[in-house]
Every structure is written in C-alpha cells, then in structure tokens.
Write a protein that binds this ligand. Structure first.
Ligand code: ADP
Length: 177
C-alpha cells in the first residue's frame, strides 16, 4: 500500500528532520516546499525571485504559486509508491487543493506539537549547511562542529531564523496553518 504522508508542525518542530528519516526508512521521496523554494531562490529563478522577500519576512508564498509547484511535483512517477510532504499544506486553500490533487488516495497526517518558547530556543540555535542543506541542532559554542557532518560544508544561520522573523513565522503558523 502506498504511504502518502503529510508532516505537519510549526517552524522548528523537527518536521523536516522527521520527514527525512521517515522517507529514508520507507524508501519514499521527501518533498519539502521550503527546500524547493530555497533552491529556487539560490538559482535565481522566477519562482525564487517571487518567493525571496516573502520568505525573508516570515510570510507565506501565495497559494496559487505553491499549489502549482506541488501539483507539478506530485505528477512525477516517483510518488506512485507514496511520498512524505514537509511544509505543505499550510493554508486551508492548500489543503483543499491537495485533497483534489491526490484523490482518491488516502493521506496520513502526522502533527508534531511543540511549545512556542521551545521552538524559539531551537531555531535560535539552528545552523544549516550552506552547501547541502543538512540541519545541525547546535553550532553556537566553540565545541560544536562548525562544519557539516554530512558533507563538510560551512554551517550558516538560515536567513529567516532571526528571532524577529521566527516570531513572525510562528504567528503566521498559528493564524493560517
Ligand atoms: P519552517 O516550517 O521552519 O518555517 P520551511 O522550510 O518549511 O520552514 O519554509 C520556509 C519558508 O518557505 C516559509 O516561511 C514560507 O515563506 C515558505 N513556504 C514553505 N512552504 C510553504 C507553503 N506551503 N506555502 C507558503 N509558503 C511556504
């Protein structure tokens, strides 16, 4: 049976990390809308240019744009045996569209619940690899690795992980997601 999994949870809950583990264990593609958008920003594509300012401010990219991206991705044959979605849906309109895109397949929804103060703490410490995108939980003290354990790339702070933008992302999550 195909496992069609949606990983829900606020920024910093660990949904990307859990989605990656779950996908690896079950041999499924992990589809992260945040990763797709960050790649588009880095590549300077039309999608990236439309998304950059919104992401930096902690807002949500428009439903039309992101639904189009996911619709296109879920048409590829590698999702026939299932998938793990990370970061989508985030609004009611996206959820309605997803229902229609995957119909008549069943969806499994995992919702990770974490208190806000813990999310702010975690995101304040989070570093990501500037080269491969791997997530590192630490990196603030001298004893923490300054290099990615996976590829050796330099660890950086994600541009939207400043405390002000984190609080904005949490408020958008509470309101829209
Ligand atoms: P997080 O869940 O930690 O905020 P993501 O990597 O999932 O991080 O998303 C980063 C940013 O990308 C979001 O703050 C938002 O601007 C944009 N984004 C990702 N997924 C969506 C989506 N489904 N709808 C609208 N915007 C999205």
């Amino acid at each position: 049976m195909a496992l069609n999994v949606i990983m829900m949870g606020p920024p910093g809950a660990g949904k990307g990390t859990q989605a990656e583990r779950f996908a690896a264990v079950h041999g499924l593609p992990k589809i992260s809308t945040g990763d797709i958008l960050r790649e588009a920003v880095q590549g300077g594509t039309e999608l990236g240019r439309a998304a950059k300012g919104i992401m930096d401010a902690g807002g949500l990219v428009s439903d039309d744009i992101i639904i189009g991206v996911v619709r296109e991705r879920l048409q590829r044959p590698d999702v026939d045996g299932g998938f793990v979605l990370d970061g989508f849906p985030r609004t009611v309109a996206q959820a309605v569209a997803l229902d229609e895109i995957v119909s008549p397949r069943d969806l499994i929804v995992l919702d990770i619940v974490v208190p806000d103060e813990e999310l702010v703490r975690r995101l304040g410490m989070r570093r990501v690899c500037g080269r491969c995108g791997a997530i590192s939980a630490g990196g603030v003290t001298a004893s923490e690795p300054a290099m990615c354990e996976r590829c050796g790339g330099a660890l950086v702070v994600r541009s939207d992980d400043s405390e002000e933008v984190v609080r904005q992302r949490l408020s958008v999550y509470g309101r829209d997601t």
